[in-house]
Design a protein. Structure first.
Length: 230
């Protein structure tokens, strides 16, 4: 029978227990260090969404229907003309944190190239297109709209206007564009974004939807350089 010592028998398990605690602590510290190292990398990889002009056609008379589905107007049964698109994304701060309670507004021309604005009223306005919508982000910072793929009109490449605000404070006004459209290189407002990374950040691919046959999907994440007051 091998020799054992009563004190040694008690010390050895205690040492193993202590070693296990040390190893666990080391793993915890290592994980924390990796997370801390990743945060600056993420922050450096995010491109701030550039400020752009609001333009002259923010609705001067807001529609009664202001929800996030611009393709259907209350009391009307026909959908808007155009390529129906699910537009989604998240609103983040400069470190990648989702921002809750931010109201995002979008407005754009209908499929015939007209805004819902008295200065752009025409008999060719699509009465089935809402033209303006709002959505408030939740904890994940996400937003969702149903709209149409933007179309060009004289002097402008296709685009959607975007405005963010919270608690009465305006955070950002910008525009998003259709990636790869032939008119992009001639659009003075888009070309006014001098930083190549920022310009690329507002060029959005409109792709066939994986969820809705015959429709499109587009994703536009917005990164703010300031944190809204809570």
């Amino acid at each position: 029978m091998p020799y054992t010592h009563p004190i040694a028998d008690r010390i050895e398990p205690a040492m193993k227990h202590a070693t296990g605690k040390v190893d666990k602590l080391r793993r915890h510290l290592l994980l924390g260090a990796l997370v801390s190292m990743a945060q600056p990398v993420l922050a450096q990889s995010l491109v701030l969404t550039p400020q752009q002009t609001e333009g002259p056609f923010y609705p001067d008379q807001l529609p009664l229907d202001q929800d996030n589905d611009l393709t259907m107007v209350a009391s009307r049964h026909a959908p808007a003309a155009g390529e129906i698109t699910d537009l989604t994304g998240r609103i983040l701060d400069a470190r990648g944190k989702p921002l809750q309670g931010v109201v995002i507004e979008i407005w754009q021309v209908d499929n015939n190239g007209h805004y819902i604005h008295t200065a752009d009223a025409s008999t060719s306005n699509d009465a089935n297109f809402q033209g303006f919508g709002r959505f408030e982000t939740g904890q994940d910072g996400a937003y969702r709209f149903r709209t149409i793929k933007p179309v060009p009109y004289p002097g402008r490449t296709p685009h959607i206007h975007v405005k963010l605000h919270k608690g009465g404070r305006e955070l950002l006004t910008t525009q998003m564009y259709v990636r790869g459209h032939a008119l992009n290189e001639r659009d003075a407002i888009l070309r006014s974004i001098r930083d190549p990374a920022q310009r690329a950040s507002v060029l959005v691919p409109f792709l066939p939807s994986n969820e809705r046959s015959g429709q499109l999907a587009a994703r536009f994440d917005i990164v703010l350089g300031l944190t809204p007051a809570t």
